[in-house]
Write a protein that binds this ligand. Structure first.
Ligand SMILES: [Zn+2]
Length: 389
């Protein structure tokens, strides 16, 4: 399904679901309540709409999911979300030189990811490995995991990706028992080995604060959480956002020779706090994946953040081919154009995702208009340095 078909289907589904209230509202003058899901207001602002079909400099997308596996068993068997042949034309059109497939899997799965992407298309795809979570409860795991990183590196993996599995899903007996903490010492040999091999750690910890709050009418991500109830970490035995963030900071402090690229701007809703952390820890980097919705609604603070940390911010999108259920990370031409518009222009009040309704919250964004010197670093130079390319 291409994007046009997808949008058409979404539109048809919305129209089909529209009740009498919507129909009445459409006729105008209605006082009836309109269900939130049917509300798609069009901005009446007359503002510049700059098209940026190609990035000003070649791009490395540091954060994509071309392959995928189950969260607690990343894959000896990887699923390819699409073929490289389908991705390359979009990449060429958008000046996207390289996609980093972060969820490349482990063992045999990793070997397959590397063979079909990185080896078959040198320079266009780079593959990361993942911790072998399903073995985390076994005795001797710490040494095994460190050795496994060495094997993955020898097989061609350039970095290590951690989904929010650590801290929010992985338990003492993998699926049962207490949640394993981000700074659990059993991972120390892995962090150290990654540092000594020059493999950056791409680490996703915690989530937007609204995911830890009740899903009620005060929750600014109500629609997103309603669509993905499994994304809520409210209640049960889940730690707070701050507990998760502090555990990750202890890891970053403990392993100063290892580069930690904290995904999703580490905590995109609190740039002042992230600024304090990055000032303190020179081995802490961030990517901007799936968070231009956050950065773009605080454009002045974001611009200062880009200026201050221009050497430690990498471009990323979280792009997932065939990921239409998450429009903010659905791999397509439009997704990249929105990111480039955000970074390169000072356009005002535009959609942060290719979707009829803003999927992460009902707001729009403003471009930060970065100068060329910063753009070039964010688009590719910083990633090249992190990956020692
Ligand atoms: Zn991701």
């Amino acid at each position: 399904m291409n994007r046009r078909e997808w949008l058409k289907r979404m539109g048809a589904a919305a129209a089909g679901a529209a009740g009498p209230a919507a129909a009445q509202a459409q006729q105008g003058g209605a006082k009836a309540a309109l269900p939130l899901t049917e509300y798609q207001p069009k901005s009446m602002l007359h503002t510049a709409g700059t098209r940026v079909p190609r990035a000003k400099f070649p791009v490395i997308d540091f954060h994509t999911h071309i392959t995928w596996g189950p969260m607690l068993e990343p894959g000896e068997k990887v699923v390819f979300n699409d073929t490289p042949e389908a991705l390359l034309p979009v990449m060429d059109r958008r000046n996207l030189r390289t996609m980093i497939d972060v969820t490349g899997g482990v063992g045999q799965g990793l070997k397959e990811s590397i063979a079909r992407l990185q080896t078959a298309h040198p320079g266009r795809f780079i593959v990361f490995t993942e911790p072998w979570w399903s073995k985390a409860a076994e005795p001797g795991y710490a040494a095994f995991q460190a050795a496994e990183i060495e094997r993955a590196h020898a097989a061609g993996a350039h970095g290590i990706k951690l989904l929010k599995t650590l801290g929010l899903y992985l338990r003492e007996n993998v699926k049962t028992g207490k949640l394993v903490k981000v700074d659990d010492p059993r991972f120390d040999p892995m962090w150290e080995t990654a540092g000594s091999l020059g493999m950056p750690i791409a680490i996703h910890t915690s989530d937007p604060e609204a995911f830890f709050l009740p899903v009620d009418r005060f929750n600014e991500r109500y629609e997103e959480l309603n669509a993905h109830p499994d994304w809520s970490f409210h209640g049960q035995d889940f730690p707070s956002n701050m507990e998760l963030q502090e555990a990750r900071l202890r890891v970053i402090a403990r392993h100063p020779k290892t580069t930690f690229v904290c995904l999703h701007v580490a905590d995109s809703e609190n740039l002042e706090m992230v600024t304090g952390w990055m000032d303190k820890y020179p081995n802490m980097w961030v990517d901007i994946a799936a968070r231009i919705g956050e950065l773009g609604r605080q454009p002045r603070a974001s611009r200062r953040f880009f200026e201050r940390f221009q050497d430690r911010i990498v471009f990323g999108t979280d792009a997932t081919p065939k990921g239409a259920e998450f429009p903010q990370q659905y791999f397509c031409d439009d997704l990249y154009e929105i990111y480039y518009r955000f970074l390169e222009t000072e356009d005002e009040y535009f959609d942060y995702a290719p979707a009829p309704t803003p999927p992460q919250g009902r707001w729009r964004i403003y471009g930060v208009g970065l100068p060329d010197a910063i753009l070039e670093k964010v688009y590719h130079k910083n990633a090249e340095r992190a990956l020692r390319l």
